[in-house]
Write a protein that binds this ligand. Structure first.
Ligand SMILES: [Zn+2]
Length: 447
């Protein structure tokens, strides 16, 4: 809003705060309803209003008509912020204060010559950047070269191999700030979209993960876990919980995940997942697993704060010094996972034997269960029985959490008598089997 003394204030979802400081590259990727376009539209307006004159261009790979551009979105915002008097909206572009300008262009219409018209621009915002070709990216990057100029990208990912994903996610330049957002980060997520999201979530988990969480499109034959769904549920206070932790720092996240067993159903109700947590911040990070509080803001659920301290947590054994630190700093019951030969495959097969129900707040769990894959042989295209060693920052601690249960009898796990239990399925399970690994093989043996 514009106040009477001319100060512009625009509310921003917390997820975008890292993007408020200057940076050569800024990216937001994620699913529908994540307010990506709204944030950058706000930023364009703010920049044009505060840093006069500002020259900005909004590009996309193909723009047949202006209706496909974000021009309308920016116009709506100028109305909402009562800024129509400061800007001048024309048919093809918008004139900004003090001689600034906002243009809307399709990159496919540009040639090596015509792109020079954008030299001297301060901001280029790439909308729908998943469709941007390498050619367009190569044209744009050297063109936007004013001092302090910035290139922004917003997109809903398709494939890890798309040019924008390779530039800003696979191997981002040092001066890039990239944020993932989904509807869950958007405080203004509209009800009409929420209903669509819930529908997709209950019907088609792969579609939900791609469209709403911004996950990559998947090769479903190679997926390891098909025995799961996303569903809201309450967590009883008097149940037994199992916890698993994994360590990372600069590249991989540190994670903690909590599960509960009820018969053949495994409920995953809480996760924390963050890159760059210093060792002395790990206790506070884990303390917030259930209450989700963030220092220095006060905790809203102090009765749940530090819940994990009271339970056994099975953690990645590769970092004994970290486990030792946590043992001495509030987590005396943390133990190292056993691991050992074959333990990964064994743990995965064990998990495949359950009906897994994931609470919708566990977005990284959903992402990993969706994309955790067997390796596809590059030459033949065949799905091998080998597990790909990636996207396992939640899967690994899930295995650790239930490690003690592997090999226990079905009776101990609360199975109905006469039904094969997961450790027995493991003999027959494997890639290519469906929801319940090994069941079809089992019946084929006349068992
Ligand atoms: Zn708390």
């Amino acid at each position: 809003m514009l106040s009477t003394d001319g100060v512009l204030s625009i509310p921003t979802p917390a997820i975008f705060e890292p993007l408020l400081k200057p940076s050569r590259y800024k990216g937001i990727y994620g699913g529908r309803g994540g307010a990506k376009s709204h944030f950058f539209a706000d930023q364009i307006i703010e920049r044009c209003f505060l840093r006069k004159p500002c020259r900005a261009v909004c590009v996309r790979e193909v723009q047949r008509t202006l209706a496909q551009s974000v021009k309308r979105l920016i116009e709506d915002k100028l109305d909402a912020y009562d800024l129509r008097r400061e800007f001048r909206v024309l048919t093809t572009h918008i004139e900004a204060p003090a001689g600034g300008i906002i243009l809307f262009q399709g990159m496919q219409d540009h040639t090596a010559d015509s792109i020079k018209s954008l030299e001297g621009f301060d901001v280029a915002w790439i909308e729908e950047a998943q469709s941007l070709s390498q050619r367009s990216l190569d044209l744009l990057r050297p063109t936007i070269r004013e001092a302090d100029s910035e290139i922004w990208a917003s997109w809903n990912p398709r494939y890890a191999t798309d040019p924008v994903d390779r530039l800003l996610r696979a191997d981002p330049p040092p001066d890039a700030i990239v944020v993932r957002s989904s509807y869950a980060d958007n405080p203004w997520f509209p009800d009409v979209l929420r209903k669509e999201m819930e529908w997709d979530r209950s019907r088609d988990i792969e579609k939900y993960n791609h469209i709403w969480l911004g996950g990559y499109e998947q090769h479903s034959e190679a997926r390891v876990f098909k025995n799961w769904r996303v569903e809201e549920f309450e967590s009883p206070t008097n149940a037994t919980y199992y916890y698993g932790a994994d360590w990372g720092f600069s590249v991989d996240p540190s994670t903690l995940v909590r599960v509960r067993l009820a018969g053949r159903t495994l409920f995953i109700d809480y996760e924390v997942y963050r890159i760059g947590v210093e060792i002395d911040h790990l206790p506070a990070f884990f303390d917030a697993l259930v209450c989700a509080c963030e220092a220095p803001r006060p905790c809203l659920h102090p009765e749940q704060h530090g819940m994990a301290r009271r339970w056994t947590i099975t953690a990645d054994s590769a970092r004994p010094e970290t486990i030792s630190y946590l043992n001495r700093n509030g987590y005396p019951r943390m133990v190292p996972a056993k691991k050992g030969a074959g333990s990964v495959a064994e743990g995965v097969i064990f998990l495949q034997g359950f009906d897994i129900v994931v609470h919708p707040r566990c977005t990284h769990t959903i992402d990993e269960l969706t994309s955790y894959s067997y390796i596809v042989d590059k030459l033949s295209g065949q799905v091998t029985p080998l597990l790909a060693d990636k996207k396992n920052h939640i899967i690994d601690p899930l295995r650790y959490a239930v490690e003690e249960l592997i090999g226990q009898s079905g009776e101990a796990l609360g199975y109905p008598v006469g039904v094969p239990e997961p450790s027995m399925w493991s003999t027959f399970g494997g890639p290519g089997s469906t929801g319940k690994p090994g069941i079809s093989d089992w019946s084929g043996l006349g068992g």
